[in-house]
Design a binder for this molecule. Structure first.
Ligand SMILES: [Mg+2]
Length: 268
């Protein structure tokens, strides 16, 4: 089967991936903080340390695994074995990390990578299928696939299933893909709604949609839903949080500052 990869300008890909890295790095020092703690002491700048002993600008597993996939896809071919090989370079050899040291790896991701390298399972059968294996590990790294295969739902599902093979995780990745691509074609709050509506229509008869039913009722003109969300431990809550983040009208100052600092770090 020939799989068609969307052609996107290098600048556009760089911009989106850089945005992902900045957002990831902004969150690293406060990972595992509660919403109440963050309400009290919000992130306003790119900071270092906190949860991990690393300086400002360090991205986490989210971006490392995103870079693993992007690096593999950059030759224009979709090869899940090659992507798993890169995951192995990251997990076992600390490549694709900002500090040369691995930190912050989820259980499902580490188990899936071990499934590939130690149990020698096929790449497409490495992901965990249990309901309790619905962390954020595939959603956090799905971006390159969402960018390059916006309409190939099978690719999105298979890309998720490298580590997270439960339908809920795969759906979160596809919903994210739909929302992201609406935003890329028309950057507005309405684009977020359109993406969610598209996903809702697509999953009209899917019982698992009940786990995402908060998405369509988010009032994108306020942020009040953020107060009522639980800590985004599981993928459904992350998907909801992401849609809120995407719906912000203006780029927050902390994001702008973070972008500048990350540029400086990368330049050095
Ligand atoms: Mg992380």
């Amino acid at each position: 089967m020939v799989i068609i990869m969307r052609k996107l300008s290098v600048n556009k890909i760089k911009a989106v991936i850089l945005g992902h890295a900045v957002a990831d790095a902004l969150g690293v020092p406060v990972e595992f903080s509660s919403r109440e703690e963050l309400d009290e002491s919000p992130v306003t700048d790119m900071e270092g340390f906190g949860t991990y002993p690393y300086p400002a600008g360090c991205w986490s597993d989210d971006t490392s695994m995103t870079l693993c996939a992007l690096h593999s896809l950059s030759d224009g071919e979709l090869n899940f074995d090659d992507i798993m090989q890169n995951f192995g370079k990251w997990y076992y050899k600390d490549e694709f990390t900002p500090t040369g040291e691995l930190f912050d790896v989820g259980n499902a991701c580490s188990t899936a990578i071990d499934n590939y390298f130690k149990k020698h399972l096929d790449a497409e059968n490495c992901g965990l299928k249990g309901e309790n294996s619905n962390g954020n590990g595939s959603l956090m790294r799905i971006l390159p696939f969402s960018l390059l295969f916006p309409n190939d739902y099978e690719v999105i599902y298979k890309a998720s299933a490298l580590t997270h093979a439960h339908l809920r995780s795969k759906m979160a990745c596809l919903i994210y893909t739909m929302v992201l691509n609406e935003i890329l074609s028309n950057n507005s709050k309405e684009a977020v709604i359109r993406g969610i509506e598209k996903a809702k229509a697509f999953y009209e008869e899917e019982p698992e949609w009940e786990y995402f039913e908060r998405l369509p009722i988010i009032d994108i003109h306020t942020n009040i839903m953020t107060k009522t969300l639980a800590k985004p431990k599981y993928v459904k809550q992350s998907a909801t949080s992401i849609s809120i983040s995407l719906s912000k009208n203006k780029m927050p100052n902390c994001f702008k500052n973070g972008l500048m600092k990350l540029f400086i770090i990368m330049k050095n």
